[in-house]
Design a protein around this ligand. Structure first.
Ligand SMILES: Cc1ncc(COP(=O)(O)O)c(C=O)c1O
Length: 331
């Protein structure tokens, strides 16, 4: 499909206007020199979608539009204490006068830092379930939402219905934006690196890249899950997007992506020495900030992949997905 056709395809889905687009596509020459990469390295600054920004802005533009249109009167999201998604949801909630409830799998902190501090400043409603895993948290969130429903309210629980594939549409927008910038700003690259988490952001990027017949190859650096599990998640999420739009990708996603799980160390939020090095190196060469959970890990993986010539690239781009506030809870 052409970019115009892809644009028309996703234009049928409601969307709010929140972020500042296009986010910059910058050459990061100092960092590139520092890691000894002879080619051109770019960064897509999706850390600058809004304040504090990140990938969640693009997701929430679709989800909040859907929630508002459904006449819901409460937006509910189950997430960790330092969730970027939770904080951006609370920000949109304040902007659109839409009450938000965050359900955390942690105890209330004795001292508010990072995203939790921003949530506290906004006075967002929160339920703290204590130290439980993400699957138990999801079950408990369902129970809480059912109780709220039984009281006559109309809660919108993120994750229910079509909210996840809708959320991914924001990253089809990002791919269209990137392709447009590459042409207008004469910046070309063949490889895009991005972090691999729950798969919502990546599914949108994959779907956009697949519809446009692969303007670049995707390198997904897992921060949490093993390769096979992440691949299963991504296949499922892309299929959900295909079901929503009615348009299937012309080729299997395996041809569009390479997944790396060897840089995730001990898993989600467990940093490695290389993550810390990446955070310092990017800050000291470019004045750009990464954090330990997603972006630092992805950049450390990208560095190894380029330095060890696992990928023979002459040009590449890193998709900076944000997460700035959580940095303040990590050191
Ligand atoms: C800063 C940042 N980068 C990347 C991701 C990964 O996105 P996804 O969960 O859609 O895979 C997240 C998710 O929370 C995030 O906050």
């Amino acid at each position: 499909m052409t970019p115009k056709q892809v644009q028309e395809l996703i234009a049928e889905f409601r969307k709010l206007s929140v972020g500042n687009y296009p986010t910059p596509l910058e050459a990061i020459d100092n960092y590139s020199r520092s890691i000894g990469f002879a080619g051109r390295l770019y960064m897509k600054r999706d850390d600058m979608t809004a304040n504090p920004g990140g990938n969640k802005t693009r997701h929430l533009e679709y989800i909040f539009a859907d929630a508002l249109a459904s006449q819901a009167d409460l937006f509910v999201i189950a997430c960790p204490l330092q969730s970027n998604f939770g904080t951006m949801s609370a920000i949109l909630g304040r902007k659109f006068n839409f009450p938000v409830l965050l359900i955390h799998n942690s105890d209330p902190p004795s001292h508010y830092t990072g995203n939790a501090l921003l949530d506290e400043l906004m006075g967002v409603e929160r339920i703290f379930l204590g130290d439980i895993d993400e699957f138990t948290r999801a079950d408990r969130a369902h129970d809480i939402v059912e109780t709220i429903r039984s009281q006559g309210k109309k809660p919108y629980l993120y994750g229910e219905g079509n909210s996840k594939p809708l959320s991914s549409m924001g990253y089809v927008d990002c791919v269209l934006e990137l392709v447009d910038q590459m042409e207008k700003e004469d910046k070309s690259f063949d490889h895009l690196f991005l972090p691999g988490g729950t798969g919502t952001c990546e599914a949108g990027v994959i779907y956009g890249v697949g519809l446009l017949d692969k303007p670049f190859h995707l390198h997904i650096v897992s921060v949490e899950y093993e390769k096979d599990y992440l691949m299963g998640n991504l296949v499922e999420k892309v299929q959900e997007m295909e079901a929503l739009t009615g348009v299937s990708l012309p080729r299997p996603i395996e041809e569009l992506i390479t997944i790396y799980d060897q840089y995730r160390g001990g898993g989600w939020a467990v940093d490695t020495p290389e993550t810390l090095e990446a955070i310092h190196e990017m800050a000291r060469t470019e004045g750009i900030f990464l954090e330990k959970i997603y972006t630092g890990k992805c950049v450390s993986g990208m560095k190894a992949i380029l330095q060890e010539s696992i990928v023979h690239a002459t040009s590449a781009c890193y998709l900076h997905t944000g997460g700035f506030p959580s940095l303040f809870s990590q050191f």
